[in-house]
Design a protein around this ligand. Structure first.
Ligand code: SAM
Length: 327
C-alpha cells in the first residue's frame, strides 16, 4: 500500500533529510528530545518522515485537515473495517454537498456525485477515516493548481479532472505519537511540561495565504460541513472561512514579526529548528536575533534546493535555510 499525500503550499517534501539532520545535530549538543513537536504539520510530510525514521512525533496544526492527516500518521485513528470504507455507487444521498457546491467546477459532475456517495452513502456522519480517504481521492482529480481559490475553466482533455475518482484504502499506522489541533501558542499554554522534553520543528506560513481558506473544501469535509452556511465567491467557500479563529497572524504582514517573536521566546522546548523561506515577511537576521534573545545558541544551515517553475522547462536553484536554536 502506498502512502498518500495532498498537494500543499510550503510542503517540505524536498528538504526532509536536511530537517532530520538539523534536528539530530542540535540534539547531540543539547540532548535528545522525547518527541519532535511538529508545530505546523500541514500536509504531514515532515511528521511522516520523522515517524518512518523511528522518531516519536507530536503533530500540531490549527487547520482541521492538517490535524486529521496528523491523526492518521501518528496512528490516532481507529483502524478501518472493510464495511467502514464500503462504497455503493447506486446510493442515493439525501443531502449531497460536494455535488451541490463544487460539481462541474472543481470536480467533474460524476466525481462530485461519487464523492457524495462515498461520504454519505452509509449515513450523514462519515467516519474520520472516510473523510480523509475522500480528501485524498479528490486531491487527485480536481481542476486546480493545488489551491482552492479558483478552478481551471477548461481542463485539458488529458487532465486529471476527467479521471475517475478512486477511494484508496489508507495504510494502518502504529501509534507513534500525539496530535493537537491548536494555535501554536495555545499548545504552549496547555502542555508546557510536555514541550520541555521535546525538540520543536517550526514551519510556519511565510506569506499571506491563509491555509484554512486555501484548503476550504478539505476543511469543510473534515468538519463534516459544520457551520458551512451559504457559500460565497467563485470558489463557493464556507462561512467558516470568515471566522477570525481560522486566520493566522503569521499570514499578516503587520503581525508576522510579533507572531515569530512569541513562537520563539515563549517556546518551552529548549531546542528548535525553524524552516526559513527568503520570500517571507520576517528577515533571517531578525529571526536569528530572536533566538539569541531567547537565551539560545543559534546556527543557520543553508540548503541548496532546486525549485521547479510550473509550466517552465527551466529550473532555478533557491537557498532554503534551517535556523537551529538550543540551550
Ligand atoms: C508552511 S505550512 C506547513 C507545511 C508542512 N511542514 C508540510 O511539509 O506540509 C504552515 C502550516 O501552519 C499552519 N498554521 C498557521 N498558523 C498557525 C498557528 N498559529 N498555529 C498552528 N498552526 C498554524 C497552517 O494551517 C499550515 O498547515
Amino acid at each position: 500500500m502506498v502512502a498518500q499525500h495532498i498537494r500543499y503550499i510550503g510542503s517540505k517534501r524536498k528538504l526532509l533529510p536536511h530537517i532530520l539532520d538539523a534536528i539530530t545535530k542540535i540534539e547531540v549538543v543539547g540532548g535528545a528530545g522525547v518527541m519532535v513537536f511538529d508545530a505546523f504539520s500541514g500536509s504531514g510530510r515532515v511528521t511522516e518522515y520523522l515517524l518512518d525514521q523511528g522518531r516519536r512525533v507530536w503533530a500540531n496544526d490549527m487547520s482541521p485537515i492538517a490535524h486529521l492527516i496528523g491523526q492518521h500518521l501518528v496512528g490516532d485513528l481507529p483502524p478501518a473495517s472493510s464495511e467502514d470504507l464500503s462504497y455503493d455507487s447506486t446510493a442515493t444521498v439525501a443531502e449531497p454537498r460536494i455535488s451541490r457546491y463544487w460539481s462541474g467546477t472543481f470536480y467533474s459532475t460524476d466525481n462530485a456525485l461519487r464523492a457524495d456517495q462515498f461520504l454519505f452513502g452509509a449515513g450523514p456522519v462519515p467516519s474520520l477515516l472516510r473523510r480523509l480517504t475522500c480528501v485524498y481521492g479528490l486531491d487527485r482529480v480536481d481542476a486546480t493548481t493545488g489551491v482552492q481559490r479558483a478552478y481551471l475553466k477548461s481542463p485539458a482533455p488529458s487532465s486529471r479532472f476527467w479521471k475517475d475518482i478512486e477511494f484508496l484504502p489508507l495504510e494502518d499506522r502504529p501509534k507513534q505519537g500525539e496530535t493537537t489541533n491548536l494555535d501554536v501558542l495555545r499548545a504552549y499554554e496547555k502542555y508546557p511540561e510536555v514541550l520541555e522534553g521535546c525538540t520543536a520543528y517550526f514551519d510556519p506560513p511565510y506569506n499571506e495565504n491563509q491555509y484554512f481558506a486555501t484548503y476550504h473544501i478539505y476543511n469543510a469535509i473534515t468538519q463534516n460541513f459544520e457551520g458551512f452556511g451559504d457559500p460565497y465567491g467563485v470558489a463557493q467557500k464556507s462561512q467558516v472561512c470568515k471566522d477570525p479563529e481560522t486566520k493566522s497572524d503569521f499570514c499578516s504582514k503587520r503581525r508576522a514579526a510579533q507572531a515569530f517573536e512569541d513562537m520563539i521566546k515563549k517556546c518551552p522546548a529548549p531546542r528548535m529548528v525553524i524552516s526559513y523561506s527568503e520570500d517571507g515577511f520576517v528577515a533571517l537576521e531578525q529571526i536569528v536575533q530572536m533566538i539569541k534573545d531567547s537565551g539560545r545558541k543559534c546556527e543557520v544551515v543553508e540548503v541548496d534546493h532546486k525549485k521547479y517553475n510550473a509550466g517552465k522547462a527551466k529550473s532555478n536553484r533557491v537557498t532554503e535555510y534551517l535556523i537551529c536554536g538550543w540551550r
